[in-house]
Structure formats: C-alpha cells, structure tokens
Design a protein around this ligand. Sequence first.
Ligand code: ATP
Ligand code: MG
Length: 314
Amino acid sequence: MIITCEKCGKRYKLDVSSINTPRVKVRCAHCNHGFTVRNEPERESPAPLDRPTPYRHAVFAISNQKGGVAKTSTCLNLGMSLALLDKKVLLIDFDVQANLTISLGFSSRAQSFFDVLYAGSETLSDYIRETRFPGLHLLPSNSRMALLTKYYMYRPGFETLLRNRLQQVVDQYDFILIDTPPALGFCTLNALMAADQVLIPTPCEYLSMHGIHRIEDIIHFVRRKSGHDIDYHILVSMHNRRSTASEVIHRKIREMFGNRVLGTVIEHDEKMKESQIVHLPVWEYDRTSPSARQFMQLARELAAAAGGNAQQRE
Ligand SMILES: Nc1ncnc2c1ncn2[C@@H]1O[C@H](COP(=O)(O)OP(=O)(O)OP(=O)(O)O)[C@@H](O)[C@H]1O
Ligand SMILES: [Mg+2]
C-alpha cells in the first residue's frame, strides 16, 4: 500500500500483508510526523493516464472549497501566461457558474462536458474550442453542467468520467488546467481524479488555513479511496503586502506548509478586476501591471518544474 505523510507529503510503500487491524499508526522517517492510515484492500484503480514522464502533460485542478479565492482568475491568467511561453494549454471550465467561459468571451450556449456525456461521446476533441489566444484552448461550461449531479453522480465509476475522456487529448497539451467550483461534488471529484497536481489559491486571511486543511483532507481521501496519486501546491493569491495581518498569515502559511507553497505570490491588484470587466486576461489588458508579471513568473515556475524551457513569446 502506498501511504503519504500528511505533513510533508513524502510517500512510502507500506507492507500491510501481515497487519490485521483496520488502522495502522506510522511515523514519517522524513519529518517525524506521526499519523494513522487506514488498512484498506487495494481497489482496482481507473486506467492511468498514459504519460511518458510525470510532468510531460501536467494536469492541474485549481481548487479550494472556499469561494472567491481567485481559482478562476488563476486558471485564466496562468493559462494565458503558459501559452505565451509557447506551451499548448487546455483550460477546462468545470464550474456551472461558467466564469472562465464568459471571461474568454464565449456565450452560455457553448457546449460543455455535460453535452459530451449526454451525447454519449468518449472523446472531448469535438467540444474543445480554440480561443482567440494562440495555444490556449477551452472546454466550456454552461448551465446544463448543473445536471451532471442528477444524471451521473453515484453511477459506478462516475468520478473518472473526465479522467477517462482526457486520455485521448492529453498528448496534445503541455498543461491542462481545470477550474473547479467552491464545493465538493461531481465536478470537484472528477477534476481531482483527472489531475496529477492540485493548485490551491489562498488569500492570506483569517480562515485561509481552514480552507487549505479542508482541501488537504479531500486530497487525502481521494488518495486513500482510489489509490490515485495526486500532489498539491499552495499559491498565495490576492496578497496585500501593506497589511500586517496578511503578512502574518502569509508567514504562518509558509511555516506550516513549507515547500508546498509556491515561490510566486500573486498580489492584490485592481488591474485584475478591471481586466475581468473587459473579458481579457490581465496580460492582454495591461502587461506592465504587477499581476500580469506575477502570473508570468508563476508560469515560469511551473514550466521549470515541468522540466520545459520557459522562453516567452514576443
Ligand atoms: N490578484 C487579484 N487582485 C484583485 N482582485 C482579484 C485578484 N484575483 C482575483 N480577483 C478578483 O476576486 C474576485 C474572485 O475571483 P475568482 O472569480 O477568480 O474567484 P473564484 O475562487 O474562482 O470564485 P468562486 O469560488 O466563486 O468560483 C473576482 O472579482 C476577481 O476579479
Ligand atoms: Mg470560480
């Protein structure tokens, strides 16, 4: 059985063949954190995504149960910046609010993942749309996404419906970013099962730590229940350096979560709100703005982690 330290994320192979108790107490050899894991028989896991190297096609779910923490803004602006670094990027709008779809100028009539399933299609290609930005594609959302729970949730294997369909297109992209709603349900579960990384945007506010712990719990649950190997990173978003309270919480987040916190910080920037009004990524709206530069820095950080070169397109 593969277990993951709840604190530092280090993974171990644990031989439980001679252990009969339902729970096993373990201690991490790396950070000395003691925790309990469930001794469950290994379940048959869904078909793995076929990737030549772990980061060749990085699939990120952008997730946080807390609302309004910049999940959609991160998806749009990180996607745009990666595309400017000549990466092929697919954005998946997996939120019935369809904010990402609207931000990219598509109408609410665009077909969504619900329409993929409803048509009985096994592939996403016919539903993926080119955006007006080179290298940036979108699988839109629409209001019918609200029916996914009613029609498909609780069917056996419902949580891998996206993952299975991504397999046919995953080779065509360097990065796939999935925007998720601020709730655990069909969309978030499918996104987590399809992703190999979770990016957790987090403002430095009083309840942020609680939000991170909640999504961590969900990630551990997904790992335990399905054996799906998923890693996560925290992105400090909408940060206000002039606020002492924000700085204190920022320090605390770095202390608690160590190198899980990405080096790039996205600061609070009015240009982000303005760019949203005109349906543009902030880079297109004002590339000299702090947030445009910070999203480009974030794209470079992730592209470097993916082992790719990060030359920006003119
Ligand atoms: N760096 C930033 N500086 C200032 N405002 C920002 C920044 N990032 C996002 N915002 C604003 O914060 C608001 C919430 O952002 P966004 O919609 O991306 O959050 P969300 O987590 O996707 O929300 P939801 O949980 O409803 O899906 C938006 O008005 C957006 O313009
Ligand atoms: Mg959103």
